[in-house]
Structures are given as C-alpha cells and as structure tokens.
Ligand binder design. Sequence first.
Ligand code: PXP
Length: 267
Amino acid sequence: MQNGKTKMTLGVNIDHIAVLREARKINDPDPLMALAICAQAGADQITIHLREDRRHIHDEDARRIIASSPLPVNLECAIDPLIIEIVCALHPHRATLVPEKREEVTTEGGLDVSGHYESILNTINTLKAHEIEVSLFIDPTRSAVELASKLGAQWVELHTGSYANLYAMRHSCLPHSHHAIESLCLSRAQLDERLESAYGDVVEAANYARSLGLKVAAGHGLNYQNVTKIVNITTIEELNIGQSIIARSIFTGLAHAVQDMKNLCQR
Ligand code: PXP
C-alpha cells in the first residue's frame, strides 16, 4: 500500500528477445542479458513462456534465467505432464498455466478451466507440492474466476487481449492487426460500446477474483497507450507485459522501455 493505494507490480515478459535470437538460430541476443537491465529499470518480475514447441525460450534459457535472476521468475507453461515435470525441476517462483496451440502466433484466449478441470487440479497440486505458486491465465469471466478459486490457484491472470484489440481498433488508424479489417465495418459508437464492455469484463472479473481472496494479475496486448485504464483497476496488482516493451526497446533501449512502462504503472 502506498498513500492508501495498492501497488501495481510489473512483470516483463522477455520471450521476444529469444524470438529475435531464433530468427538466426544463434546465441545473440541472449535473454539472460535482460535480467539486470529490467531489475535496475524498476521491473518487479521476469516472465518467460517455456512452450511445448520451444519456439523461443529453451530449457537451458529457463534454467539460466531462474538460476541467476535478481527478480522472481514467473514461468508460463501448458498443462502438459512432461512440461510440468521440467517446471518442477526448474523451480520458478510462480508457474502460470496457459492454453497452448502449436499453430497460434501467441496465446489466444484463456484456459478452458471447466473442460480441463481434473488435469488442471492435478497440475496445481503437483506444483504446490513443489512449493511453486500457481496462477491460471483465464478469460475475464465470473465462471472462470470461480473455478480458479475452487481449484485452489493462488493467482489468476486475466486475459486482456479482447480489451487490447478493441482499444487498437478504436484508437489507431494503422492497420497493425488482423482485427483492423473488422474495425472498418464498425461505427465509432459500436467500437466504443464493445471496448467499454470488454473493459467492464476485466473490471468485474478482477473485483470478483479479489473478493474470493485470489491475487489478480492481467496481461496480453497491453501497451503504452492502453495500459492506464487497466492500472486504474485497483484490484489488479500485477501486469505481465512483453511485446510492447521489447518493441519499444529497439528504439529506446530496454532500460528506457521498462522505465516508461513502470512509470505508467504507478497509481
Ligand atoms: N501474460 C501471458 C499469460 C501471456 O501468455 C503473454 C504472452 O506471452 C503475456 C502476458 C504478454 O503478452 P504481450 O506480449 O502481448 O504483452
């Protein structure tokens, strides 16, 4: 608490540094180099995603990052027994369970909590037995929040992708996403309505999760333009942000990009 306000913490997702490295399949840039810079620039956490297809972060990256990070490491992973075994051995501070599809560009949608109830329960119990904090990446709905609480997760991370996409459609004239085509067919008033509704879903899910005693994080698609409305939701205490920070770092350097985002996270 600061001035009666809850603190917002910033997790920097550094997967995209490994994406750049994988473009050449060499060892440069090394995601490990980001740790000290992020910490000095005010980040509170490092987030990485060990995907089943290892398209960016590799096991050896995760091992080195967890072993040497000055900040807690939040490791995103699928509910796959082989991956969970590796995660238990790596022993990050937190594991965030996410849905994964090989053909997707990035994590699309939250976990299907009711459809995978038993396997998520087993996974949560395994992680907790290894003293790893568990978060579930879910869509901002009351039912998903309720199930996360019933399953015994300590955290939920609310998927802000719908809010972020609609924000981009409403406020950007650049055709920077495939959603731009759809936005051409919608009036400003319709976009405003959809954006407010998507934002309202995040607010309601965050408040509900908090009321059930869950810790609440949010992430996906957050950037320097759309983050302020999310920071204003006081029941959210952590944001995990990757793409926009790493994209800005190309022009400003990583330290500035993290500092700029950290400044926007103050409340
Ligand atoms: N949180 C989760 C669970 C994610 O899967 C991702 C994307 O890897 C992020 C946050 C960060 O999203 P972005 O890169 O769009 O900021």
